[in-house]
Design a protein around this ligand. Sequence first.
Ligand code: ADA
Length: 558
Amino acid sequence: MIRLFREHEARRVYSLDGLWQLQTENRALDLKALVPGVWERLPELADWRGVATYSRNVRLEADGPVLLRFGGVSHTAEVLWDGEAVGRHYNAFTGFEVLLMQASAGEHLLQVQVDNRFTEASTLHIPNDYMTYGGITRPVEMHLLRQARIAHMTFRAEETDAGSFSVSLEVELQALADCGPMLLSACVAGTGAECDVPPLRRGEIKTLHLSFDVNGIERWCPANPRLYTLDARLRADGCTVDDLRDRVGFRTIKVEGTRIELNRRPVKILGFNRHEDHGQLGCAMTPELMEHDLQLMRSMGANAVRTCHYPNDARFLDLCDEIGFMVWEEHHARALPGEILRKPLFSEQIAKCNEEMIRQHANHPSICMWGVLNECETETEFGRELYARNLGQLRKLDPTRPVTFATCRHYTDLCLDLPDIVSWNIYPQWYEDEPAAEFLRRLLAWSDVHGAAGRPVLISEIGAGAIPGYHDPLRRGKWSEERQADILRDQLLAVLADKRVSGVFIWQFADVRVDEEWAMRRPRTMNNKGVVDEYRRPKMCCEAVRDIFTRESGENVK
Ligand code: ADA
């Protein structure tokens, strides 16, 4: 299922996960492949990039509207229902829906044509320092609907007094047939509200607002990740037409001068950058493995994770909500070259990614900041406009969270006055020779006179590489586990000792596969800067991280 809890009680939801037929275009293969999954885990397709069609039959007992929900397809999906194209979606890392207003009873053929090639039509997926896999990589569901549906809910809660919050809900309804008057109700933490829904015409979308106050609330924070169930119901003539549930939390996240405050108390971020990738499963990780990642991070004293460099699987965010991790989620853009950033198609694709990310994930209490455009062009006037536009779009879509971007344009960045939080990617002693403490002091002094003054600073990436199992205890050469541990220890101590820094995200949690085009820069065709390898076996540096993070978190807010 797409989420880790039941979103609907009244609506009938069927999982379409399992074995689907898979046919590839030019390798003439006809296989069975697991959904969710990546086709690279099939031996015949371990190295393959191309177009493939997933097929399966579905049976409907009665005529009626049907919603097909996809958690994610990597990277372009064309959905066909009995051979007819009914939906299309680009970008592996956001979900999408296909609504069939009137499907007929009986057996149907559902097909998804999947394309993971790097072409002119793709500006976000380019050969990069992580792998663009192929396949239906996140869960698929089929929902049977009645005459109307609750299409979406945005939950916001503002603290009014100690333990009291004012809740505002925006609920989007869609009529799937002509509807008479209905009643919409919603409740959370034992309090709620309702409102009348006027008659709607088939296809009409109507947005309604509900607001109410709740008291006696326990705030969400990493040490006490308290969640509440938000329940919305649509009724006509006393019968339930549709329902929708979400799990929400009450907390405030704000920038106060140079500090980041969670629930009005300064917080120190001790985090990891984490790609969705695993040696065995690629980006289609199971919830058990996601949970294992978070528990491993927690055992090293971490309280935060950055979803580099794209929106993550909703189930991972559900786990962050539940286990208590502060999340930096960012849209999908890693170090894109100038010629891509200047394409009109890029503006379109990144704006859509922003919209989808916020619409799909804004209710997660764990998400504490949004990020844009990792290491793109912050050193030009063109870049400044691009960053201003993207940060502006996010602020407009969600005014409740700080926004940021990770930059590596040391001494040339022109955009440091644009975000709420300034975030630097730095690799002293790995890419640069200077000792970490000096490097940081010099860079932060420069950044404060170039726009960062008065804002919090995060170190969004630090790290070093080690090939798992390669030891060099005497010389401690680069790529050895010993050298990685030395460098990371120095970097972390320097960063956490600097009063100007509000926190750090280590690059990176686990080793990840990279696209073939990166092979010459990346031994094993992997980015080897993980503190654990791609199967989560710890490298030597884990001990240093655990020591430093746990000591620091002793002084951290609870
Ligand atoms: C960058 C980038 C990461 C990764 C890292 C590295 O800072 O943001 O995606 O490529 O460098 O390993 O060099």
